[in-house]
Design a protein around this ligand. Sequence first.
Ligand code: PMP
Length: 360
Amino acid sequence: SVTEKSPKLRAALDGIPTYKPGKPAAAGGPLAFKLSSNENPYPPLAGVLETAANAAASFNRYPDLACTALIAELASRFDVPLEHLATGTGSVGVAQQLVQSTAGPGDEVIYAWRSFEAYPIITQIAGATSVRVPLNDAEEHDLEAMADAITDRTRLIFVCNPNNPTSTVVRREALERFLDRVPSDVLVVLDEAYIEFIRDERVPNGIDLYRDRPNVCVLRTFSKAYGLAGLRVGFAIAHEPVAAALRKTAVPFGVSQLAQDAAVASLRSEDALRERVDALVTERGRVWDALTAQGWTVPDSQANFVWLRLGERTADFAAVCETAGVVVRPFPGEGVRVTIGEREANEIFLRTAEEYRKEL
Ligand code: PMP
């Protein structure tokens, strides 16, 4: 008799959690707002919709594999050589390529914890070992401890600046001191998904740090400030040979023509972008002030979200928010991350937080 066997899968995949998206806001009716995925509440910038209609006419064709126009636009925007740019399917796609390019079984990838939940997943998929360094009491990266965690197996270090989900930042001096301690054959990835929302001038722009450090790579996305989360386009700026490795590990045609064209159109709408980001930053300040006045301890946020450490009450608070009409992102046992959304959504959240606080 024939014994049925399932295909052999890599043991490295055992126990990898499936990536969990922020919960959609469908169930709650017309008043349900989604504040669970750090998305931009504004529709795409001017020019994107016309671009989309044009791109639709070529959906029978493959996109430009090299993302020529987008890369040229980025190179001139950031004053970096064309060869130092690599695009990918969202910055999470590029992050996965970076791990695949540097680490395999027996190798170590260091990151702070808690941080972006894709880091452990993409590390494990590569068969590499995660080394998680706890955030300090202020919910910030402990860069000294991260440097202490480096071994001769370390291949890549993620520094998430600002950090998802705690919204905290690492500042220039501390980051430079850290980079000075990292051996030149270990890649440091500065994940700057939320950089456009930073207003603290002590936070460096990763591109300034990358210029004379061949082991520093900057990771950016069009998903947050640019409001193109649904199109999946991110990019890295890195010296050769890291940028070359990213071109090898890319899924061929992984950035659609629609995504490329929309990203270019968005880069050309810089004034409108700035206005929207400024409005979200103002709204973030208002939310932070209100929460603090209500008695919550909230880390200073340099991103488009705030972090409330609720410990055991996390799931309860998230459920109460949902009933009130806003979906937030619970990290069970730790806290909730709440995206700064449209004013009405933020208002509902603030009222809910105020009521909840009174009952604590
Ligand atoms: N990095 C960080 C820190 C993030 O929070 C996210 C999105 N949650 C990403 C990368 C990935 O974003 P995307 O793939 O949409 O570019």
